[in-house]
Design a binder for this molecule. Structure first.
Ligand code: HEM
Length: 154
């Protein structure tokens, strides 16, 4: 049983929960012009931490599994196969970009002067990150080969 893959599969739900929650806070904060609270800060902190963990687990999967070896040995062929290209390049690269967006967002929030600016920055940076994450998860409705189940199979 691949425990690392199981952890990666389950942790996606934490990433999605805290990501969508942060986005909801940003939307409600922007439109109701309410104060930026400690709760808003905590939710996006958990979003960032779950993305950090997911990145570490993802890197282990990538470098210990066949994906990195495939890229190293036969990058040209990998690029011609949409399933291999997805895991060997697109998923890893785009998820690292999403991870960066979350980190940039959190560091900009710290320097933002007003509460409304904090909500707007959260909306932009966390919104973009969530879009990328949703697009790059290998959902069950993706093409055969890429599609993975919603929960790990024991
Ligand atoms: C927010 C970030 C991420 C999310 C939500 C996510 C989600 C997922 C999900 C749901 C799977 C399918 C798991 C299964 O088979 O049940 C998967 C597979 C995989 N992910 Fe990620 N991932 C993220 C980031 C990353 C990163 C940054 C990397 C690498 C640098 C990575 C590398 C992989 C690899 C290599 C697989 C395929 C493993 C295999 O079946 O051999 N992931 N990911």
């Amino acid at each position: 049983m691949d425990y690392v893959l199981i952890a990666h599969s389950i942790l996606r739900w934490a990433v999605l929960l805290f990501g969508l929650w942060s986005l909801y806070n940003a939307l409600s904060g922007t439109f109701s012009k309410r104060n930026y609270t400690a709760g808003d800060n905590r939710t996006s902190l958990f979003f960032m931490i779950s993305c950090d963990l997911q990145l570490v687990i993802g890197l282990i999967l990538y470098f210990n599994g066949m994906w990195f070896a495939m890229m190293k040995n036969n990058a040209k062929e990998v690029m011609h196969d949409s399933v291999n290209r997805f895991f060997a390049l697109e998923h890893a690269l785009m998820m690292i970009i999403a991870w960066l967006l979350v980190h940039i967002g959190r560091s900009m929030l710290k320097r933002a002067g007003t509460d409304i600016r904090k909500h707007r920055l959260s909306l932009v940076w966390f919104g973009l990150a969530i879009l990328v994450i949703l697009a790059m998860i290998p959902w069950p409705f993706r093409q055969p080969g890429i599609a993975r189940s919603l929960f790990p199979q024991f």
